[in-house]
Design a protein around this ligand. Sequence first.
Ligand SMILES: Nc1ncnc2c1ncn2[C@@H]1O[C@H](COP(=O)(O)OP(=O)(O)O)[C@@H](O)[C@H]1O
Ligand SMILES: [Mg+2]
Ligand SMILES: [Zn+2]
Length: 451
Amino acid sequence: MAKTQHQFVCQECGAWYSKWNGKCETCGAWNSMVEEAITQHESVRHRKKDLTTFFSTLENSDNDSPLDRSRVLTHITEFDRVCGGGLVPGSVILVGGDPGIGKSTLLLQVVAELSKNSICAYVSGEEALTQLRLRAERLRVNKAAVHMAASTQLHDILEALKNLADLKLAIIDSIQTMSVSTIESAAGTVSQVRACTQELIAAAKKQGYVVILVGHVTKEGVIAGPRVLEHMVDTVLYFEGERNYDYRILRSVKNRFGATDEIGVFAMGDQGLTEVSNPSELFLANHQNEVSGTAIFAGIEGTRPILLEIQALVAPSYLASPRRTAVGWDSNRLSMILAVLEARCGLSFGNRDIYLNVAGGLKITEPAADLAVAAALISALKNKPVPNSSIYFGEIGLTGEVRPVSHSELRLKEAEKLGFTQAYCATISSRKGTIKGSVNTHILKYVLELI
Ligand SMILES: Nc1ncnc2c1ncn2[C@@H]1O[C@H](COP(=O)(O)OP(=O)(O)O)[C@@H](O)[C@H]1O
Ligand SMILES: [Mg+2]
Ligand SMILES: [Zn+2]
């Protein structure tokens, strides 16, 4: 027997309360509570069961389905790579991103490509079939053999998916529009999102198809509904980009079957998304040599090297406390590097405003960018361009030492590929320290050596 109870659920964190409160005690959010009907199943009586086959071994068993070991390739290379080298049958992937960023476009292209040799379905709760067809025409995929549907009733959808023999991939756009009739609350509430996701996960595991869920992102930049959604699924991808640029980045933030922090780069055009196989070229397209205050950072995103331009501007300040602004880079880290340059290199940034920008709107989190940031700052302060055709990488410590970073070889190779000839970096900790190639490496021990 199941009994239904009404409870108040925080839509931010998913905590349950018996009474309404203005503020959630668990996460501190205000006005986040919505009354929802929760169905609780009475605890199952303890029964005597045969548990002799409860445990098994790690070795492969003849009962394993051969599917379990082969990944499904969509042949959209950037997408496959971000997923960890293809899709794992029976897994559930959540794709989050701002409205209008291109989630539906991306997934329609993915499903169209995969449907060339596999059975695929795309169910939209957001758009009508006519709208979907118009988009497909614009993306020139309207001839693809995708099973399209517009519905928000999850139980209907699951039933229909069950009838598609040999289904490989089902897209649900978006999870916030789906609902099950067993729960009273509206679509998009925590209970609905949670229940729908649970049923989709169970169906995917049971029938061995991949489910991709689209998730909306709130103003705060997290996937709407509770964080639990991210815990439930196998893989979480974010699709991001700046409004003013036409490139988009697909980033993996959680992956049970692959590396995280992997990125895929796409360019958005009238005919949809095209893959950008050499992102460095894109990000350096507007780079000018011989301008002071810029330095090229050889970074790593996931498993891939990427060259980015760091720009710094140092200007006299008329403010009591001068401005320190960083775009695309952590401002605490900027303060630290400024302090090191002042204390260890005798430079003075005292009464100057400082702006730091990663060109192209990308965000860098790698400490390896410290050296490039320092080079751009010094160049801006001295109003002298950095040496021509040079790249920088290395972490800076508080004593002013330049510390080695991972993947030096990859970084140098990318620099070489794009025609750079000088590299300023920390000791290279790779095998034997010998790097073949035409890039002339200047190994720095202290950041002072940059000046
Ligand atoms: N007719 C069009 N021509 C060119 N680009 C379009 C057109 N319609 C939509 N787009 C692009 O597609 C984007 C919307 O993508 P969509 O996949 O619907 O986003 P999401 O599903 O993330 O909300 C728009 O922001 C725009 O860049
Ligand atoms: Mg959409
Ligand atoms: Zn809460």
